[in-house]
Design a protein. Structure first.
Length: 764
């Protein structure tokens, strides 16, 4: 595939035809003049001028240019090549990379900048990195990375760190180099402490033999197929660090609930009066709320009576054991910021190595969303004896901030690489041998702590969403080239699956998109979306819907105007809950923030479309900048004073104004996990970091799911359009998916481009 980040974006992809050359004498040697190095490589003023042009164009951040200008001003005799590397290393952080890889940058220079940024008209571009670096060799660049005040290898106090490896050099801002070092040290230390003792019999004082095998067999009844959830619990029980990864519907939440029951069973058998202190956390408020709902339902299904029967503490009867075990499994989920005790306006937390968390087990869900800085803070704040369990889909988008910690750690998860010793231990414990293809004599310690769940219980062979996700998620290889993968993706789209529709728009003003966001376009699905059964309830599913559904619910179920808000809070809570639930039936996702196909353009467009259908009542000013009933909003920053977290979604509703009878005022209703107070009502004037969310970026949707998801791909190629983004977007759909291409062919490009996060090795 043509590299979409090269000069082709800024002009013709085909070079002009050469003019006819004059005839040359036979045997004449034509000398091609050597290409001159770009002035910016040796002239600091030329380099700074180039940075100004890149910043003006949006290719480089002003922050990156300012850092270089500071170094150039405060430190004497800095080589331009070192300043160039510094600017690019800084810029990588904004693009999710932990460091700058010099060799990779020379191989594909234009990947080093944000090309093209959203909204760029692609005309009259400044010199591209590929032009600037055309004559530069790796050896020349490495030789320039020498300055005692700015850079060193390893520990020190310079702002930059270089890390030399075979065939390349990585350049870090020191803080991020330290994050990698800390992660490596903390994970290695936990991997070296195995919990093999938990597989032994309980102490004689317990009075009854307790084996890890007994508890596993109680939690996971015997099956003919290898039970990967059982394997995950076994491996996590013996290690102070464990990862459970898997795609949507593979049972990650079910597995972790059973793991917690297993760990508490083993603990209470040893120390009946001292249960493990377990905490559950997620990166965002939305992810925390979703995990909270899932875990609450799963805990009630645990065979706690059978687990409790595995031990007989002298001071407790069997019924008391059951109650104690049930009470010791937490259902409350918090955000990582709350868990660590975020300090306003700083990067620091209340809990750190000097003030560790008071817990024995920490479970983090949606771990793919956790950046390297946050993961380092978590590991640094864990007491040495504590167990850390990460849950997440390794194939989802990585964190918005720098680092792809879960993806880095799970690079070898597909092939497992379990040692023969681990395979034998698991076979004895689970009575199910592992496939030989998943064993490796040279398996690393980290491999023995990772389990990949491989069976989807949500998407089966009849699910178009599942088949499309599988086709998109396949990495390119020697046996799967770009054309084959694209054919597999389109085969799934053309198959006629009941839960899947592919829509290609004819232009920016295509009315098909407007019908989709209003009605959900059920007529475009086979049998108009009728006849499908909900796997959870075995009842017939309602056809796919659009935003009309929640706005109709808002108006039809509105409480009587004579009911005051203060005295009838339960009635208004019930109304808001129904509206929020109805809103979750449909969500439009997109890749970009800016432009007509980004959230900024789409949110206003959708609001005007809904108004034209008389579903919203607001003027142009309110739709653009104000508040109106029915406006859905997304919280974009944690607000601890209001109890709102980044990712929370609320709906603006009109309630009676207690000060003026007959008039109403706007309040924004946010769901909570408190059954006593299921809705948090907030005045719009108190919300300072929210945005309209008729359209949501795929990044913001992580940790959420919607009955009907519409994923919109823009008209032009963009570096952000990758396999991981498309996979993450379509797997937000629970029952219905509409995949929309603003222009045919964009999907083909996206599914064969993978996210490339540059970092050092997090763990060996």
């Amino acid at each position: 595939m043509r590299d979409l980040l090269t000069l082709d974006l800024f002009g013709d992809s085909e070079p002009p035809a050469p003019e006819a050359a004059p005839s040359k004498p036979a045997n004449r040697v034509v000398e091609i003049p050597a290409r001159k190095p770009h002035p910016a490589l040796s002239d600091r003023d030329a380099l700074l001028a180039l940075f100004e042009r890149w910043v003006a164009r949006g290719w480089l951040r002003d922050l990156d240019r300012a850092l270089v200008a500071f170094f150039a001003r405060e430190v004497g005799q800095v080589p331009p090549l070192l300043l160039l590397a510094t600017a690019l290393a800084s810029h990588q952080l904004g693009r999710g990379h932990v460091c700058l890889d010099l060799s990779a940058t020379l191989s594909a220079p234009d990947f080093a900048l944000s090309l093209p940024p959203e909204g760029d008209d692609l005309s009259d571009p400044p010199p591209l990195p590929s032009e600037v670096l055309a004559t530069l060799t790796l050896a020349e660049w490495q030789a320039a990375l020498e300055h005692p005040a700015l850079i060193c290898s390893g520990h020190g106090n310079t702002p930059l760190v270089r890390s030399d490896a075979p065939h390349t050099t990585r350049l870090y801002l020191r803080r991020y180099w330290q994050y990698e070092q800390t992660l490596h040290q903390e994970i290695t230390a936990r991997l070296s402490v195995t919990g093999a003792r938990t597989a032994q019999k309980a102490t004689p004082s317990v009075g009854r033999s307790l084996l890890l095998k007994d508890a596993l067999d109680t939690l996971f009844p015997a099956t003919d197929m290898l039970d990967w959830q059982k394997v995950a619990c076994a491996l996590a029980a013996r290690s102070h660090f464990a990862i459970i990864t898997g795609g949507p519907g593979t049972g990650k939440t079910t597995t972790v609930v059973r793991l917690l029951a297993l760990l508490q069973t083993l603990q209470l058998a040893q120390s009946p009066k001292q249960a493990l202190r377990i905490r559950l956390a997620a990166p965002t408020g939305k992810a925390a709320a979703r995990l909270n709902e899932s875990i609450a339902g799963q805990v009630s299904l645990l065979p706690t009576d059978k687990l409790a029967a595995l031990w007989e503490p002298n001071s407790l009867g069997e019924d008391s054991c059951t109650e104690q075990l049930s009470a010791s499994i937490p259902t409350e989920v918090t955000t990582l910021h709350r868990l660590l005790g975020a300090r306003p306006d700083t990067r620091h937390f209340r809990h750190n190595p000097n003030n560790p968390l008071a817990l024995d087990v920490l479970v983090i869900d949606e771990a793919s969303m956790v950046d390297i800085e946050m993961m380092t803070a978590v590991l640094s704040a864990l007491p040495a004896h504590a167990k850390l369990v990460l849950l997440g889909d390794k194939d989802q988008l990585a964190s918005v901030e720098a680092g792809a910690v879960l993806g880095d750690l799970c690079r070898r998860a597909e092939a497992a690489h379990y040692t023969p010793e681990t395979a034998q231990w698991l076979a004895e414990l689970t009575s199910q041998p592992l496939p030989e293809a998943l064993t490796c004599p040279n398996g690393q310690a980290l491999d023995q702590a990772i389990t990949m769940l491989r069976v989807s219980h949500r998407f089966d062979a009849a699910s178009g969403i599942g088949q499309l996700a599988e086709a998109i998620n396949q990495p390119l290889s020697a046996i799967l080239n770009e054309r084959d993968k694209q054919n597999a993706v389109h085969s799934a789209l053309r198959h006629g699956y009941a839960d899947l529709h592919h829509l290609v728009l004819g232009g920016e003003d295509d009315s098909a998109l407007e019908r989709l966001v209003v009605t959900g376009s059920p007529e475009r699905f086979p049998n108009a979306g009728k006849g499908r059964l909900d796997k959870r309830s075995n009842e017939e599913l309602a056809p796919p819907t659009g935003y009309r559904h929640y706005l109709t619910t808002l108006n039809k179920q509105r409480p009587d105007v004579t009911l005051t808000f203060e005295d009838n809070r339960a009635t208004y809570n019930s109304w808001a809950s129904d509206v929020l639930k109805a809103y979750g039936h449909f969500q439009l996702l997109c890749a970009l923030r800016k432009g007509p196909w980004g959230v900024e353009g789409l949110n206003l467009r959708i609001a005007k479309v809904l108004r034209s259908h008389k579903l919203l009542s607001a003027g142009d000013i309110e739709l653009e900048k104000g508040w109106y009933e029915g406006r859905p909003v997304l919280v974009t920053q944690n607000d601890y004073s209001l109890g709102l977290m980044n990712g929370d979604i609320g709906i603006t509703l009109a309630v009676p104004d207690p000060r003026t009878p007959g008039r109403s005022l706007h309040r924004v209703a946010f769901p909570t996990s408190d059954p006593e107070n299921p809705i948090r009502w907030v005045l719009p004037s108190r919300l300072h970091a929210v945005e309209t969310v008729f359209a949501m970026t795929v990044h913001k949707s992580q940790g959420s799911e919607f009955l009907h998801t519409a994923l919109l791909l823009p008209q032009t190629p963009n570096p952000i359009l990758t396999r991981e983004l498309v996979y993450t977007g379509i797997t937000r759909a629970r029952e219905w998916l509409t995949l929309v291409e603003a222009k045919r062919g964009i999907l083909n490009d996206a599914v064969v481009r993978a996210v490339m996060r540059v970092s050092g090795t997090v763990a060996n």
